[in-house]
Design a protein around this ligand. Structure first.
Ligand code: ARG
Length: 589
């Protein structure tokens, strides 16, 4: 069978049992959960919670059961025999507790070591997904909000890809809109000869944007020219198209510098791409009777929101919403995506709520959110500075992302160089480690929080080697690798001939946590919550250190082979977590 999640395997067993327990009862969905968090695993590793709801369904009927505990007992007795299960018990009002067999856990671990961690990929009910993330605006600042979107979106894409979903990573850049009129006119003024325009000449596009905005706001004649420029650009006039392209190119180069540093790949399909599709899409919506006139604009009313969604502005122009409707249409019909995921700050929640509702009214998406195709807004909170306000650096208003990454690297390099072990590393190794740790720290500090909450950007905190930081985790991983190196054993050989034994409580706890990897990734994908995976990773390193390593001698013990294999399994799972979080592992400290 190709089910990799322990939880799903147990759910299959319980489903059989539930059918047996109440033969006539249709659609009983097994409710199975791991209990390591809740009860600390005191009563078992997993729990089935169907007895109570089942009882309330069958209460009036002639079933012979006298209450939820009796139903729980029957669920337990009817479980088909399985090598997975060591023992079961019924607790309280009918919870069925399951203790997994440690031999089975050991077997599963060994099989993963031999077949590879990809055999632990979860199965998701979608084949193709769009992750729309990063999506900065041309010539405007790429701010920390876009950094969050880039980091979160990349992780979601990685987790879905790991789960065999084909992911279309889309950079929905703001490359269309009225700001271009002003930018182009300003460009013409500054560079009468278009050949002269390049990144070096323009220098900082953000500064260029600001200067042109200043001009726009202060000179009515310029403003008028800028407004005409928009029309001429949208009308396709050659000179204007060329200038627009140039500006986009310069912006793109700058964005790419950030993506390259972060190891993020994505494909640009900016707002301009969808522009030709807008009229047809709006026609379709109009034919369905969705579009109404309102104060000169064309709008769509949706339930539960007292303002309408404007799809054609009163000046006849299209906007963010019309573009998003066209893009959704394209993604559903041309790209056949079943799940479309948008990663932006929570401030845009209403926009997404309204346009998803419009798409449901149009029949593009089912009204029931549990069905596919599905559109989901992945919102995130603000990045705050030490002062509790929106994050800014000392003298600039916005934080330049490149500077931020530079500083993270510089600081982590200093810390690396302070370590004795790094004294005789070649320069290249120091650089690589500094980057892995520095960028990893920035990413992890973002991802470990529930994305909806704001988080405070603090270099000292994120680069601390104690606590829940990337630095701590990367070093924990390096330490495990060094245990394996020091043993002098060939892991490949051990895998072939060795055996894993989980007799010590610490070994068992570690083994159990390891085999739960698949269901954690599944949960993180389902809820689009990278923090779920961060929690898992942090707990893994905690369990490794506190429960296993501090109690179970590895090198030179009679259990050396089994324990080395456990170390290897831990390192492999940690590396997969790092990979999914977009963090480069380090092997030495
Ligand atoms: N460019 C937008 C911004 O910077 C984000 C775009 C998000 N994607 C979308 N399809 N609306 O706020």
């Amino acid at each position: 069978d190709n089910v990799s999640s322990v939880k799903r395997r147990l759910a299959q067993l319980f489903e059989t049992s539930l059918r047996e327990t109440v033969p006539g009862e249709p659609d009983v969905v097994p409710i199975v959960d791991s209990c390591s968090d809740k009860s600390g695993g005191k009563f078992g590793d997993y729990q089935c919670n169907n007895a109570m709801t089942l009882w309330s369904k069958i209460k009036g009927k002639q079933t012979g059961y006298k209450g939820p505990p009796a139903v729980g007992k029957a669920i337990m007795t009817n479980l088909p025999p399985s090598e997975m299960i060591e023992s079961c018990s019924v607790a309280g009002p009918g919870f069925v507790n399951v203790v997994l067999s440690k031999n089975w856990i050991a077997q599963i671990l060994l099989r993963m070591l031999i077949d590879g961690i990809d055999t632990w990929a979860p199965l998701l009910p979608v084949k193709t997904a769009v992750v729309d993330f990063s999506s900065p605006n041309i010539a405007k600042e790429m701010h920390v909000g876009h950094l969050r979107s880039t980091i979160i979106g990349d992780t979601l894409a990685r987790m879905l890809e790991f789960s065999h979903v084909k992911v279309l990573r889309r950079n929905h850049v703001g490359d269309w809109g009225t700001q271009f009129g002003m930018l182009i006119e300003f460009l013409f003024e500054k560079f009468p000869n278009p050949e002269e325009v390049n990144e070096a000449a323009i220098g900082d596009l953000q500064a260029f944007y600001k200067a042109s905005k200043l001009r726009f706001d202060s000179d009515p004649e310029f403003k008028q020219r800028a407004q005409q420029a928009v029309v001429r650009l949208q009308g396709g006039e050659e000179r204007y198209r060329k200038a627009w392209k140039k500006i986009c190119e310069i912006s793109r180069t700058e964005f790419h510098r950030v993506y390259e540093r972060l190891g993020v790949t994505l494909e640009e399909k900016g707002e301009s791409f969808y522009n030709p599709y807008i009229p047809g899409v709006l026609d379709e919506l109009d034919n369905k009777g969705l579009i109404k006139d309102s104060e000169g604009a064309r709008v769509i009313f949706v339930d539960g929101v007292n303002i309408p969604l404007i799809v054609v502005k009163s000046d006849g122009g299209y906007n963010y919403a019309s573009t998003d409707l066209a893009a959704l249409w394209y993604r559903l019909n041309e790209e056949k995506a079943e799940w479309i995921i948008y990663v932006t700050d929570v401030g845009q929640q209403q926009h997404f709520d309204m346009f998803f509702k419009a798409a449901k009214r149009a029949g593009w998406l089912p009204a029931d959110d549990s069905l596919y195709p599905k559109a989901t807004h992945v919102g995130f909170g603000l990045v705050l500075g030490e002062d509790g306000k929106r994050f800014r650096t000392r003298n600039t208003e916005v934080v330049r992302l490149v500077d931020l990454l530079d500083e993270a690297k510089t600081r982590s390099k200093t810390a690396v160089l302070e370590r004795d072990a790094a004294k005789d590393w070649p320069e290249e190794e120091v650089e690589k480690t500094a980057e892995a740790v520095g960028y990893g720290a920035v990413k992890y500090a973002d991802l470990k929080n529930n994305r909806l909450s704001n988080y405070t950007f603090n270099f000292d905190q994120m680069l601390n080697d104690k606590g829940n930081t990337a630095v701590y985790l990367l070093y924990a991983h390096a330490r495990i690798c060094s245990i394996i190196r020091k043993s002098g054993k060939d892991i490949e050989e051990l895998k072939k001939n060795g055996k894993i034994v989980l007799d010590h409580e610490g070994e068992r706890a570690l083994g159990l946590h390891l085999v739960q990897f698949s269901e954690v990734v599944e949960e993180a994908c389902t809820n689009l919550l990278p923090s779920t995976l961060c929690d898992y990773l942090y707990n893994l390193s905690d369990i490794f250190t506190k429960k296993f390593y501090s109690n179970c001698q590895v090198i030179g013990s009679p259990e050396e082979t089994s324990r080395l294999l456990l170390c290897e399994a831990t390192a492999i799972v940690m590396r997969k977590c790092f990979y999914l979080l977009g963090i480069e592992p380090v092997y030495k400290i």
